[in-house]
Design a protein around this ligand. Structure first.
Ligand SMILES: *Cc1c(COP(=O)(O)O)cnc(C)c1O
Ligand code: SF4
Length: 336
């Protein structure tokens, strides 16, 4: 039984929230009762990759705490400006995997479509922060991408990615789905998104109903890194999705100072489950320039892996993986 009384939606509400995202670090810090002087170099870091945070996410950040794990995911820091060996602009060699027109084809049967360069929130650890979105035709029109997909009969599953595919309007997503559904060899659709965490209202009834009516078996992988990111009204929206038959998974990036403690990761897995979401991947950070301060040492990763297995039921233990260029899947912990 779907009750919608508490989730009656104003269709353009989320777009207004997207437009009202904060992009000025001083505004952010002042509203949290923090001084800008405490963060030297943040202006330069914000010039390289701008701040972007929704009012909803801002409300989840603890007031007056410069080390808050949610704040640290979005606040530009002087540390990002350091050039560190081994950290580059394209750590995954994605340029090699491109089939053109916004299609990344790395793994058998699956193709990742970069359908937009825009995001609802900017994450400082993002491995695509230097991605040359503006060079990508697909962002302007999808025709060549769809044509190419048509000619790739081995592809069974398409992943919508970006950027964040849910920054597209329901109308645009729906017309993209129409086109994907018309490609006979496609069976599954997967949406990778962090927008539900930034703006839960993005999960509109219209979107949920459109996904539910698709002939493609659909899953949504939300990206959360900390249990405090799972807050009302996200639980209600995810429940609607789940009741509509959409499989819900989560992926997390392991980040020093944010979620590299057993207690945080256990609580994240348990809270995800209470929101109807299963943990899927726990990604080791990609060495993208500007993110070295998030790196967790190997010894600690091994220890966390062991502790997670010992403390959680198997189905709540995320697969710890790293993305290595040129491999035929994400690489599991024991192989890197
Ligand atoms: C991660 C990724 C996928 C999905 O991999 P799964 O193991 O199926 O989740 C597909 N394509 C690309 C390019 C990816 O980076
Ligand atoms: S939402 Fe995803 S793609 Fe966008 S900045 Fe964050 S990690 Fe990167």
């Amino acid at each position: 039984m779907i009750t919608r009384t508490s989730t009656t939606l104003e269709p353009v509400n989320w777009q207004r929230q997207l437009a009202e995202a904060i992009s000025d670090p001083a505004t952010l810090l002042t509203s949290l009762g923090l001084s800008t002087e405490a963060f030297p170099g943040h202006e330069l870091a914000a010039k390289q990759f701008p701040l972007r945070v929704s009012q909803h996410y801002l409300r989840l950040i603890k007031h007056g705490d410069p080390t808050d794990p949610l704040l640290r995911q979005i606040l530009p820091l002087g540390q990002e400006n350091q050039v560190i060996e081994g950290y580059s602009n394209d750590p995954l060699d994605e340029k090699d995997a491109q089939r053109g027109h916004g299609i990344l084809h790395k793994y058998k049967g699956r193709a990742l479509l970069i359908v937009t360069g825009a995001c609802g929130i900017h994450c400082r650890y993002c491995f695509r922060r230097h991605y040359p979105y503006s060079d990508d035709n697909a962002l302007l029109h999808w025709e060549p991408m769809l044509q190419q997909l048509n000619e790739m009969p081995e592809i069974r599953e398409v992943l919508l990615s970006g950027g964040d595919p849910l920054t597209l309007s329901d109308r645009r997503l729906s017309s993209l789905l129409d086109r994907l559904e018309a490609i006979p060899h496609l069976q599954r659709l997967r949406i990778h998104t962090r927008l539900p965490v930034a703006i839960p209202d993005r999960l509109t009834t219209e979107l949920i109903e459109r996904l539910a009516s698709s002939r493609l078996h659909t899953s949504m992988v939300i990206h959360t890194n900390h249990p405090r990111e799972l807050a009302e009204p996200l639980d209600q929206r995810l429940e609607q999705l789940r009741r509509a038959g959409i499989t819900l998974l989560n992926q997390t990036v392991l980040l020093a100072g944010i979620n590299d403690e057993l207690e945080t990761l256990c609580s994240l897995s348990e809270k995800l489950f209470s929101f109807g979401v299963l943990p899927y991947y726990l990604h080791i950070l990609d060495p993208v320039a500007g993110s070295a301060h998030f790196e967790v040492p190997r010894g600690k990763i091994d220890q966390l892996a062991e502790q997670l297995r010992a403390n959680l039921p198997g189905y709540l233990v995320p697969r710890i993986v790293k993305e290595l260029a040129g491999q035929d899947s994400k690489t599991p912990l024991h192989l890197f």
